[in-house]
Design a binder for this molecule. Structure first.
Ligand SMILES: N[C@@H](CCC(=O)N[C@@H](CS)C(=O)NCC(=O)O)C(=O)O
Length: 213
């Protein structure tokens, strides 16, 4: 399997899930700033994902799966024993999907693009930061009562995604000082050896096979 990724982006989330699951991924970096986007091997990325964004996962049958929330579930389901995604058909699975959807729509797309493009200007960015603050307050309250992870005692794919997006807070000037539970969560996740490996590999990786990163 090959993960199309770009450093510093949401493609870290499936990278973490693969690392936690012990799944070997081939990696191919995409220059998403290039028009049209190209991969490091010179391939036209828009022929791989017509939407031009990362992540995308090339499956072993040659087909391509897009959308981070779907990709992390696919990877987690390959290794059900890890508990990275509860089994389909159990009440816990839609709760995982609820978190993934919340992170994708209420956090990911509030941080990006609003806080990543200065051309939107400070008034719009202030609106985005205020909304993110309200959503983080919700996460804060949840972690306080039901943590240490989003689904309770076990680290899941939703935690990988939350860690990835909230990790943009410094760059996006989102103040986490009012959210000690969230900050504790970030420290807890960052301290996981397989997360550490994925973060390091995500930053330095070039096209190669990543064995159990
Ligand atoms: N809906 C997509 C969005 C992915 C996304 O926003 N990717 C960003 C990086 S975090 C990207 O590649 N942006 C470049 C672009 O939109 O052209 C998903 O959840 O996977």
């Amino acid at each position: 399997m090959k993960l199309y990724y770009a450093t510093g982006t949401c493609s870290l989330s499936p990278h973490i899930v693969a690392s936690e699951a012990g799944i070997a991924l081939e990696l191919e970096r995409v220059d998403i700033g290039h028009t049209p986007p190209v991969t490091e091997t010179g391939a036209d990325y828009s022929a791989i994902n017509p939407n031009g964004y990362v992540p995308a996962l090339r499956l072993d049958d040659g087909s391509v799966l897009t959308e981070g929330a779907a990709i992390v579930q696919y990877l987690a389901d390959l290794k059900p024993e890890t508990g990275l995604a509860p089994p389909a058909g159990t009440p816990a699975r839609p709760r995982l999907q609820s978190w993934l959807n919340f992170i994708a729509t209420e956090l990911h797309k509030m941080y990006s693009p609003w806080l990543f493009h200065p051309e939107y200007g400070e008034p719009l960015q202030a609106v985005a930061r205020e909304k993110i603050g309200r959503r983080l307050a919700f996460v804060e309250a949840h972690l306080a009562t039901s943590g240490p992870f989003l689904m309770g005692e076990r680290f899941t794919a939703a935690d990988a995604y939350l860690f990835t997006i909230v990790g943009w807070s410094g760059y996006a000037k989102v103040d986490l000082s009012a959210f000690p539970q969230v900050r504790g969560f970030m420290d807890r996740v960052a301290a996981r050896p397989k997360v550490h490996d994925a973060v390091a590999a995500h930053s330095r990786a070039s096209r190669r096979t990543l064995q159990n990163a």
